[in-house]
Design a protein around this ligand. Structure first.
Ligand SMILES: NC(=O)c1ccc[n+]([C@@H]2O[C@H](COP(=O)([O-])OP(=O)(O)OC[C@H]3O[C@@H](n4cnc5c(N)ncnc54)[C@H](O)[C@@H]3O)[C@@H](O)[C@H]2O)c1
Length: 311
């Protein structure tokens, strides 16, 4: 195709996509049916992972629940059955360990089948200023929040590619879009998975595997316990969200094959502004929004890396 024709095609499609996006604000996309789909959720033993499991249970999906916490995962499985799930399979897996991920993934493929919706949700947070963060926690954060995504994708996405059917859901964070004081290692791990998931999605398109979808989720603080103690400066603009609301928004995004899910929606404005405004103005607004002080009152969960080891 010559330059003139290709440019004309791009301009035409750009107008079409812009109009399509505008109309979709008023006509919501139909939700897909996930009955019988095999949904694997990492970090299913508490918080958002558990709530997503319960919502998928009501939608008739087969659940594969992974967590390092045996008890938490068992409890999610029990609640999922109570919520109508016909098939629930729970596996203890430390997602930070590559060989363990591959080994448990093989077991899942033999015992349940090919996973069609992979939700990389397990996450941990150090919650200290970078220079005070223990090396072991920095490393663990990268292993759980980032590298685990590599191993689960390697384990499950080949079958999605082969059937041109599947969905990779990446639970990142608003801290995967903008830097936050007291969250340097967490931000690094969450920025990394945004880059990973975007690249993987583009690879799928380049391969013509349009049936393998991607959803990248970037929420602000959710009241699950992970960020206990943190305060938001302007709760009306950036509220600490209830877990059920966040889980509902995530499920809705997955069912509509939404590529980015920003929770609350005002995060979209922050992302757009970041690329447009001068850096000094960005810092001024960041300070105004409380970015410099969110983590000062952080207590978090008591059980960190040491407790996880004993589970
Ligand atoms: N809570 C928030 O404010 C918030 C905001 C933005 C993004 N997120 C992200 O959402 C996801 C879920 O967070 P949550 O608030 O439900 O936290 P949570 O602590 O309630 O749940 C995290 C789960 O991951 C599990 N886990 C931890 N390390 C693991 C490992 N090595 N292998 C397997 N499982 C492991 C934990 O046992 C736990 O069940 C995380 O990725 C988190 O970073 C949370």
């Amino acid at each position: 195709m010559n330059f003139f024709l290709e440019t004309l095609r791009v301009i035409g499609l750009a107008i079409y996509f812009t109009l399509e996006n505008f109309f979709l604000l008023f006509i919501p996309v139909r939700k897909k049916n996930v009955t019988g789909e095999i949904v694997l959720i990492t970090g299913a033993g508490s918080g958002i992972g558990r709530l997503m499991a319960l919502k998928f249970a009501r939608l008739g999906a087969t659940l594969v629940l992974w967590d390092i916490s045996v008890e938490g995962n068992k409890e999610t499985a029990r609640l999922a059955r109570k919520n109508g799930a016909a098939r629930v399979h729970n596996y203890t897996c430390d997602c930070s360990k590559r060989q363990e991920v591959y080994q448990v993934a093989d077991q899942v493929k033999k015992e349940v089948g090919d996973v069609s919706i992979l939700i990389n949700n397990a996450g941990i947070v150090t919650g200290k200023r970078f220079l005070d963060s223990p090396d072991a926690m920095i490393q663990k954060s990268m292993e759980v929040n980032t590298m685990a995504h590599f191993w689960t994708v390697k384990a499950f996405v080949p079958a999605m590619v082969a059937s041109n059917h599947g969905h990779v859901v990446t639970i990142s964070s608003a801290a995967g879009l903008v830097g936050v004081t007291g969250l340097a290692d967490y931000c690094a791990s969450k920025f990394a998975v945004v880059g990973f998931a975007e690249s993987l999605a583009i690879e799928m398109l380049a391969l013509g595997k349009t049936g393998v979808k991607s959803t990248i989720v970037c929420p602000f603080f959710i009241n699950t316990g992970m960020f206990d103690g943190c305060k938001t400066k302007w709760p009306r603009f950036l509220p600490v969200m209830e877990p059920d609301y966040a889980a509902e928004r995530i499920i809705s995004g997955i069912l509509r094959n939404q590529v980015y899910v920003y929770i609350p929606r005002s995060i979209t404005l922050l992302v757009a502004l970041k690329g447009l405004i001068p850096t000094k103005l960005g810092m001024l607004l960041g300070d105004y929004m409380g970015y410099f002080h969110f983590m000062e009152t952080f207590t978090g969960r008591a059980n960190k890396i040491e407790d996880n080891k004993s589970q």
